[in-house]
Design a protein around this ligand. Structure first.
Ligand code: DAT
Ligand code: MG
Length: 143
């Protein structure tokens, strides 16, 4: 297994519900290191660009409205097998299908309001990190 970096979002529902610390605790307990962090609010254009792969799907417009509804926290996580490990800690997109003990099983309130985003491949991790962070904002060890 390789040391990887992956991109993560704590979504507006989780920020509103005071879950930032609980979610960070899970990343750190799993051996994922926070190597870049910031709180921001997305505008429609930035959210639309981020979720462009879902353009045209029925859930797309409500997803953009939700993701722009309040501040989010974006972060870069680094660790062994970080991309798959983060997806595992998050749980399935639909919280009702997510394994108990995952972030979405424990905290999500709907399929849309599911607390976290995580990159799903090396390519999307690279693209998503670069969409939110410049190189000098990332404190990752070279891998
Ligand atoms: P994931 O976030 O697990 O990578 P995805 O990329 O398929 O899932 O979808 C992006 C987000 O869009 C997801 O976190 C929540 C929302 N979404 C996906 N499918 C949905 C659906 N059937 N109904 C409502 N929202 C949905
Ligand atoms: Mg996805």
């Amino acid at each position: 297994m390789a040391v990887e970096t992956t991109f993560s979002i704590i979504k507006p529902d989780a920020v509103k519900r005071n879950l930032i610390g609980s979610i960070y605790q899970r990343f750190e307990a799993a051996g994922l290191k926070l190597v870049a962090v910031k709180m921001i609010q997305l505008d429609q254009a930035k959210a639309a660009g981020f979720y462009a792969e879902h353009l045209g799907r029925p859930f797309y417009e409500p997803l953009i409205d939700f993701m722009t509804s309040g501040p989010i926290v974006v972060q870069v996580l680094q660790g062994e097998n970080a991309i798959a490990k983060n997806r595992e800690i998050m749980g399935k997109t639909n919280f009702e299908e997510a394994e108990p003990g995952t972030i979405r099983a424990d905290f999500a309130s709907s399929v849309r309001e599911n607390c976290v985003h995580g990159s799903d491949s090396v390519e999307s991790a690279q693209r998503e990190i670069a969409y939110f962070f410049s190189a000098d904002e990332i404190f990752a060890a070279k891998s």
